[in-house]
Design a protein around this ligand. Structure first.
Ligand code: LLP
Length: 414
């Protein structure tokens, strides 16, 4: 489905012309399509229909309450990595019974909050964490549901910063150590072993590392079953990659078929923790061209969005398509699109051929995932507003942060 399209040269998301949004709400502005979010979720439920499963949306990809609420109403569970994300899921009406808690550094307070909320499972990533969880659950007089996040040591063939399943990464426990750890967990009084978890990396464009990881996890599960440790679910981590430029992400249906053959005849439920592929291509970032600065070597288009709004280009050298919201008829010029922040790394795109004038609105595409959720106040820039489009309805889902709100928690010292 193409929710992003042009009518008479004006870029629309669903039925709304994006230049009107920039005028009404100002820029930088994140804009999301409800249809695209729902279609992405449905593509998961369809692809994995043959397997009893739960889609636990990875909150880190975009943690805005309206988006969490939308997925909750579609029946999603959630993958969280902090107490803050738990609070967001609860505030958005998410079912705590469908929440899995990942992350290498869970604090005792975060564990308590999650136990009190009654989450589905803790994805435990070390022996020390296991002992802490047993102690915290004991203090609360409850039993903590536990999965180990195992590190299968497969190369996901993605950017090194977002690869997590190699043995040199900080994540998970080595899969070879897992049987002993499950025995230990089964012996601790305040823990209940429920599953296994594995996440090898993000923006995966190839299914074969996922298949290798799944095979290693299934072998572990079968070995545990033979010892009398039966698991209820197998969590295979994040989702597939998306197209930013010319990538060919794996077909979800093919991923579904690959897992369906492996799950045939098994009793465990499948859990997945997709983030990027549910929200990435459902959102974009609007920005206004403040200045054009032609030069001998290169031309700069200085825009009002910056690395604090969308950090991916600066952090990963990530590519986002950049297009003019209202097309002009003139020869294109080549620009580096940069923000106003005082860092050379503050770029959004290099060598883009555009027809633009000062004051024009540009759209940075595929910005729905790890855009707003990674935004900061660097250079004391308030964070952007967010709008959700639903056909011709326009919902402001997050107000632009005010300068006052930005400094509200700070105190002078006399
Ligand atoms: N589960 C766990 C345990 C994760 O660490 C992640 C992502 C996911 C699920 C979701 O993966 P996805 O379906 O989105 O690929 N900021 C980076 C991406 C960092 C991903 C971190 N973990 C970026 O902008 O590319």
């Amino acid at each position: 489905m193409n929710t992003l399209h042009r009518i008479d040269g004006r870029l629309h998301l669903e039925d709304v012309a994006l230049d009107t949004l920039a005028q009404r709400f100002g820029t930088p502005l994140y804009v999301y399509s409800r249809q695209a979010l729902e279609a992405a979720y449905e593509s998961y439920t369809e692809a994995f229909a043959a397997i009893p499963h739960l889609i636990c949306y990875a909150v880190k990809a975009n943690s805005s309450l309206a988006i969490l609420n939308l997925f909750a109403r579609l029946g999603a569970g959630f993958d969280i990595v902090s107490g803050g994300e738990l609070a967001r899921v609860l505030a958005a009406g998410g079912d705590p019974g469908k929440v899995v808690f990942s992350g290498v550094g869970k604090t005792a307070d975060e564990m308590r909050a999650a136990l009190q909320a009654g989450i589905l499972c803790f994805n435990v990533e070390s022996v020390s964490e296991l002992h802490r969880l047993d102690r915290v659950a004991g203090e609360l007089g409850t039993v903590a549901p536990v999965s180990f996040r195992v590190n299968p040591d497969v190369d996901p063939k993605t950017h090194p910063y977002i690869s997590t399943g190699l043995k040199e990464n900080k994540f998970g426990v080595p899969i070879a150590d897992a049987p002993a750890l499950y025995r230990l967990a089964a012996s601790l009084p305040n823990l209940k072993v429920t599953g296994v978890d594995c996440h090898i990396g993000s923006q995966l464009t190839d299914l074969s590392p996922l298949a290798d990881a799944a095979d290693r996890v299934f072998a572990l599960v079968d070995g545990l079953a033979a010892e009398g440790i039966a698991l209820h679910h197998i969590d295979l981590g994040g989702g597939v990659g998306i197209r930013y430029r010319d990538e060919t992400p794996p077909d979800l249906a093919a991923y579904g078929r690959m897992l369906a053959t492996r799950f045939a005849g098994r009793r465990e439920k499948l859990l997945l923790e997709p983030g990027r592929s549910l929200v990435g291509n459902a959102g974009l970032l609007l920005t206004r061209v403040e200045y054009l600065k032609p030069g001998e070597d290169r031309n700069f288009a200085i825009v009002d969005a910056a690395m604090n709004d969308l950090m991916r280009p600066a952090l990963y050298d990530a590519y986002h398509d950049i297009v003019a919201v209202v097309q002009r008829q003139a020869p294109a010029r080549r620009y580096d699109i940069v923000g106003p922040i005082c860092e050379t790394g503050d770029f959004l795109g290099f060598a883009r051929d555009l027809v633009v004038e000062e004051g024009d609105i540009l759209a940075l595409l595929s910005a729905g995932a790890y855009g707003m959720s990674m935004a900061s106040n660097y250079n004391s820039r308030p964070r952007a507003a967010e709008v959700l489009i639903d056909k011709n309805a326009i919902h402001l889902i997050r107000e632009r942060e005010t300068q006052q709100a930005m400094i509200a928690g700070e105190r002078l010292v006399y």
